[in-house]
Design a protein around this ligand. Structure first.
Ligand code: NI
Length: 175
């Protein structure tokens, strides 16, 4: 397995719309395993293929507290959605930023699993938020797109500052 590089906002590659996975092959399984390893190492609770510059409809999620319930969704589709709930979200591609986003409260999702078998899952709470957030990535959409322009501009400045700080720290350490 391998740790993959996670693209960070505003990298334009995060805007790519992912293509359907044509067949669940060993290469797709390896990609899913690498994504799980990358997500656990970050650490995060969800990762979409788009975020690691792989533009096929694949995402991994584990909302358990002890990284014991890995879920792989291939070609996911939301087949039912109900209610609305506003929750704080973060994203490995938008480090250190947490903002409230409104999404469906419960969803029913249909996808292929790691073995290529179709499954359906009823989700609520954190898992429902996470699935909807990761599926947005496959459309080239980020959670910051839901925020007002003013808020987004502020976030961009904050991120640029954080990156500058990290670069300065790295430079100091290698000196
Ligand atoms: Ni994300």
């Amino acid at each position: 397995m391998a740790i993959l590089e996670i693209l960070e906002y505003p990298d334009p590659r995060l805007r790519t719309v992912a293509a359907p996975v044509a067949a669940v092959t060993d290469a797709i399984r390896r990609q899913a395993d690498d994504m799980l390893e990358t997500m656990y190492a970050a650490p995060g609770i969800g990762l979409a293929a788009t975020q690691v510059d792989f533009h096929q409809r694949l995402l991994v999620i584990d909302v358990s507290e002890d990284q014991s319930q890995p879920l792989v969704f291939i070609n996911p589709e939301i087949v039912a959605a109900d209610g609305l709930a506003k929750n704080d979200e973060g994203c490995l591609s938008v480090p250190e930023i947490y903002e409230a986003v409104e999404r469906a409260e419960t969803i029913r999702v249909k996808a292929l699993n790691r073995e290529g078998k179709t499954f359906e899952l009823e989700a609520e709470g954190l898992l429902a938020v996470c699935i909807q957030h990761e599926m947005d990535h496959l459309e080239g959409k980020l959670f910051v797109d839901y925020l007002s322009d003013m808020k987004r501009q502020r976030l961009k400045k904050k991120l640029a500052k954080a990156r500058k700080r990290d670069a300065e720290l790295a430079a100091r350490e290698t000196r």
